[in-house]
Design a protein around this ligand. Structure first.
Ligand code: AMP
Length: 421
């Protein structure tokens, strides 16, 4: 099966070839023909299945087949995602897959000034990716009208329901025109997501996809509970003691990535860092050295790591856990490729304990807890606000009891039957 067999147009096929995609993933093979035919879709798919391209490609194709001038604040495609990270990532996918097409796209989310977003909207937009709160804000201020929406995507419905966005989503749906194509995605199947989708979808196709085996099954996942101050000592010891051939380390900031690489180099472990503040030349050199084996350790931030395409990474080390659980799946998927065994080590300090719990829920697996000389029992047993990063929204709401928590308590998840295609 190729993308051409799925009737994907040439400019999209060229972009996919440039990204190194040789064949569609199962969810893409199943979903794309229905979406090109105008069907509604309920997709049960986690990150790692290729679900983003499964909706981005047909939307771009349909938009470019019926060209219309982009109108200020009146998108033709609207994609809703629960978090700003995911919204930004989806917007980036539109840019990547649509690099040989002419269309206008933007992402809007809270936590940043609205001015630049309003400016982008007013210069015309075909595709809008948004988080619910900022979308409603800008709709209320008259900057966005949904009357022109032809394609409506809700990504990660289960998480949006968990986060208490149900009223926001109903308000958004109420502003859509009668005639549009709806594409819903959820990582898990629950009664709530089923009931929600049933009311809004018309005769939908149901598709269920599991992540590629290599994402989780070939990877040995281990967790090391450790205090922040001891993380570097632990890292140094592991790299020295174990036979680590090619190691990719993830850190949460660019500054930390530099510090880790510098400290490793000082202790004679060949390391470099790549992140957004490095020039393209520096990045290319680091990648080249890592691929050729001259560099044993590469330290990266999540964004910079997107361009890393190296097959035989023996170890991925999460020096800091990612703030979004999906990101964990992306990170560890860098090892264990092409049937090889990979190892993923995660360092978990007390303030990362809850994110580890969320990762375990998403992956439905538990990493093996490793004993070591820097073990922190406090990190292992941390709960409540102590288990959240200081100053995070979650730590603040955990301290005072949030709307999300009360919603969760009142609506326990039940399995919901879904037909497989
Ligand atoms: P997603 O599940 O949409 O988050 O995608 C997971 C990862 O798979 C992303 O890094 C995509 O770039 C990549 N991907 C998506 N489709 C394909 C494909 N057909 N071949 C190879 N990689 C893909």
């Amino acid at each position: 099966m190729s993308f051409g067999n799925l009737n994907i147009i040439d400019p999209l096929c060229r972009a996919l070839a440039k990204e190194g995609y040789t064949a569609p993933t199962p969810i893409q093979t199943l979903a794309i023909p229905h979406l090109l035919n105008g069907k509604d879709l309920m997709g049960i798919a986690q990150t790692g299945t290729g679900k983003t391209a499964a909706f981005v490609l047909p939307i771009l194709q349909k938009i470019s087949e019926e060209r219309k001038a982009a109108r200020p604040g009146v998108p033709r495609a609207l994609v809703i995602a629960p978090t700003r990270e995911l919204a930004a990532q989806i917007d980036q996918s539109f840019a990547t897959y649509g690099q040989f097409l002419r269309f206008r796209h933007t992402a809007i989310f809270g936590g940043v000034r609205q001015g630049p977003q309003v400016k982008m909207l007013s210069s015309g937009v075909d595709v809008l990716v948004a988080t619910p709160g900022r979308l409603l804000d800008l709709m209320n201020q008259g900057y966005i009208m949904l009357k022109g929406v032809e394609f409506f995507v809700l990504d990660e419905i289960d998480r949006m329901l968990d986060m208490g966005f149900i009223k926001d989503m109903r308000r958004i749906v109420a502003a859509l025109p009668q005639k549009h194509q709806s594409l819903f995605f959820s990582a898990t199947v629950t009664q709530e997501t089923g009931q929600f989708a049933e009311k809004l979808l018309t005769d939908p196709v149901h598709i269920e996809a599991t992540p590629q085996a290599s994402t989780l099954e070939c990877i040995k996942q281990s967790v090391f509970f450790v205090d922040q101050d001891n993380k570097f000592l632990l890292l140094q010891k592991l790299i020295r003691d174990e036979d680590m051939q090619r190691v990719l380390i993830f850190s949460k900031t660019k500054h930390r990535a530099d510090k880790i690489a510098e400290s490793l180099s000082k202790s004679r472990i060949n390391a470099d860092a790549i992140h957004g503040n490095k020039s393209q030349n520096q990045r290319t050199k680091a990648m080249h050295d890592f691929k050729s084996g001259r560099l044993r350790v590469l330290v990266a931030t999540d964004i910079a790591a997107r361009g890393i395409d190296v097959d035989d990474i023996s170890h991925v080390i999460n020096y800091d856990l990612p703030s979004e659980p999906e990101c964990y799946v992306h990170r560890i998927g860098r090892t264990g490729r092409a049937g090889a065994d990979g190892k993923a080590y995660s360092f978990c300090a007390a303030d990362e304990r809850n994110i580890l719990r969320r990762i375990e829920r998403l992956t439905r697996s538990r990493a093996e807890v490793m004993g070591h000389q820097y073990h922190s029992e406090a990190a292992k047993i941390a709960t409540g606000a102590a288990a959240e990063p200081a100053n995070s929204y979650r730590s603040r709401t955990a301290a005072r009891g949030s709307r999300q928590d009360s919603y969760r308590k009142s609506a326990p998840r039940k399995p919901y039957p879904v037909r497989r295609c």
